[in-house]
Design a protein around this ligand. Structure first.
Ligand code: BGC
Length: 346
C-alpha cells in the first residue's frame, strides 16, 4: 500500500511531462504520415502530366519527360552514346532511276509521318530537317532514300518537313525555310533545325546532323566543285542552327526571290550577333549534288547584292517576325510532313 501510494504521487507530479511525451509522439506520427501523402500526390500529378495533351503546340510526339505513365511503364531510356556505334563513315551513294517512293517507304517502316526516334536509347537531340521544295520529286526521293537511314545511324530523334511553294511565282527558298521552322515548332519543341537543299546528299555519316553552341555549316565540299569550300563566307546548302540561334538572328530574310543571296544574308545576321560559324572537317562534310538545270521560276536574283548591303539595317524587322503566308495543306505522309504554302510573290 505504501509502495502504491508513493508511485501514484510520483506519476501525479510528472503528469505534465507524460502528457508532453504523448503529444510529441502523436505529432511525429502525423508528420510522417502526411509526408507520405504529399509524396504520393506529387508522383501522381507528375504521372498525369505525361498524359495531358496540349492544344497541338509541342505535343506531336509522346512526352519525353521521362516520368513513367504508370507502374507498368518501363523506366526512362538511357542516353544514346556520344558516338553512335552504328556509324559507317563514307558510304557509297546510289541514284537508281528505278527507285520508287513505295520502295523507300518499305525500307523505312520504323518511320512514322516523317518522324523517328531510337527504340533502345534516348536521342541526344531532337532535330527538324527542313527542305524547301517545288517540282523536284526525283531529287526529293533520292534525298529521302539516303537521309532516313543516315539519320537513324546517328541515333537522332528527327522529323523531316518538306515545305512546298504553291503556284508558279518566283521561288523563295529563305521564306519557305522560315515557314518550316514556324510550322515544325507547332508539332514539337525541336531544339535543332537543319536547313537542307533538296539536291544535296551527304556522303559521310560522321557529318552529324546536330546543333552546336555556334551555327554550323555542313557543306564544306561538293562533288560538283571539287570538294572545296566555294568561298570563305559560304553558308549555303545545308546549315544547322539551334532554335534559339535561329530566333536570335530573326531567321532568314523574306525578301530574296529567285536564286542566290539568302544564305549570305543569313551569314551576315549570324555575324552581327557575334556568333561564329563552325564546320566539320573537310573530309567528312562532303556532299554529292544531284545534277539539274536551273529551274524555271528560280532565276538568278539580280538584286541580291543590293539586298545584302542593307541587311544590318533591316534584319530586325525582316525575318521570322514578319513572315506572312497562308497554309494550304499539311499532309502527314509516311516519310515526311508535306506543308504546302502560298507565300505571295515578289
Ligand atoms: C550566292 C549564294 C550561293 C553561292 C554559291 C553566291 O553568289 O549569293 O546564294 O549559295 O553563290 O553558289
Amino acid at each position: 500500500m505504501g509502495f502504491c501510494s508513493s508511485a501514484f504521487k510520483i506519476l501525479w507530479r510528472t503528469k505534465y511531462f507524460v502528457l508532453l511525451v504523448l503529444s510529441l509522439s502523436v505529432l511525429a506520427w502525423i508528420t510522417a504520415f502526411s509526408g507520405e501523402t504529399v509524396k504520393s500526390v506529387l508522383v501522381s500529378s507528375a504521372t498525369t502530366q505525361t498524359h495531358v495533351k496540349g492544344d497541338g503546340q509541342g505535343d506531336k510526339l509522346h512526352s519525353r519527360t521521362g516520368v513513367p505513365d504508370d507502374l507498368n511503364t518501363p523506366p526512362r531510356k538511357v542516353d544514346c552514346p556520344k558516338v553512335s556505334p552504328l556509324l559507317q563513315g563514307a558510304v557509297k551513294l546510289s541514284f537508281d532511276s528505278c527507285l520508287t517512293l513505295k520502295a523507300v517507304v518499305t525500307e523505312n517502316e520504323n518511320v512514322t509521318e516523317g518522324e523517328y526516334e531510337p527504340s533502345d536509347c534516348a536521342a541526344r537531340q531532337s532535330v527538324a530537317i527542313l527542305i524547301p521544295h517545288r517540282n523536284r520529286e526525283r531529287h526529293l526521293l533520292y534525298l529521302l532514300h539516303h537521309l532516313h537511314p543516315f539519320l537513324q545511324r546517328q541515333q537522332l530523334h528527327y522529323a523531316i518537313y518538306v515545305i512546298q511553294q504553291a503556284g508558279d511565282a518566283t521561288f523563295n527558298r529563305a521564306k519557305l525555310l522560315n515557314i518550316g521552322y514556324l510550322e515544325a515548332l507547332k508539332d514539337y519543341n525541336f531544339e535543332c533545325f537543319i536547313f537542307h537543299d533538296v539536291d544535296l546528299v551527304p556522303e559521310n555519316d560522321h557529318n552529324l546532323y546536330v546543333c552546336e553552341d555556334q551555327p554550323k555549316h555542313l557543306v564544306v565540299g561538293r562533288n560538283a566543285t571539287g570538294y572545296k569550300l566555294r568561298y570563305k563566307g559560304y553558308f549555303g546548302g545545308v546549315t544547322a542552327l539551334t532554335r534559339e540561334q535561329f530566333l536570335q538572328v530573326n531567321g532568314f530574310s523574306n525578301t530574296y526571290w529567285g536564286w542566290g543571296g539568302e544564305d549570305d544574308d543569313l551569314r551576315i545576321r549570324v555575324e552581327l550577333q557575334k556568333m561564329k560559324i563552325v564546320r566539320p572537317p573537310a573530309d567528312i562534310a562532303r556532299y554529292t549534288m544531284v545534277f539539274h538545270k536551273r529551274d524555271s521560276g528560280n532565276e538568278i536574283n539580280k538584286d541580291r547584292m543590293k539586298l545584302l548591303g542593307r541587311t544590318p539595317q533591316v534584319w530586325r524587322k525582316d525575318g521570322l517576325n514578319s513572315c506572312s503566308y497562308r497554309t494550304l495543306s499539311i499532309d502527314r505522309l509516311p516519310l515526311y510532313v508535306n506543308v504546302t504554302v502560298d507565300i505571295g510573290k515578289p
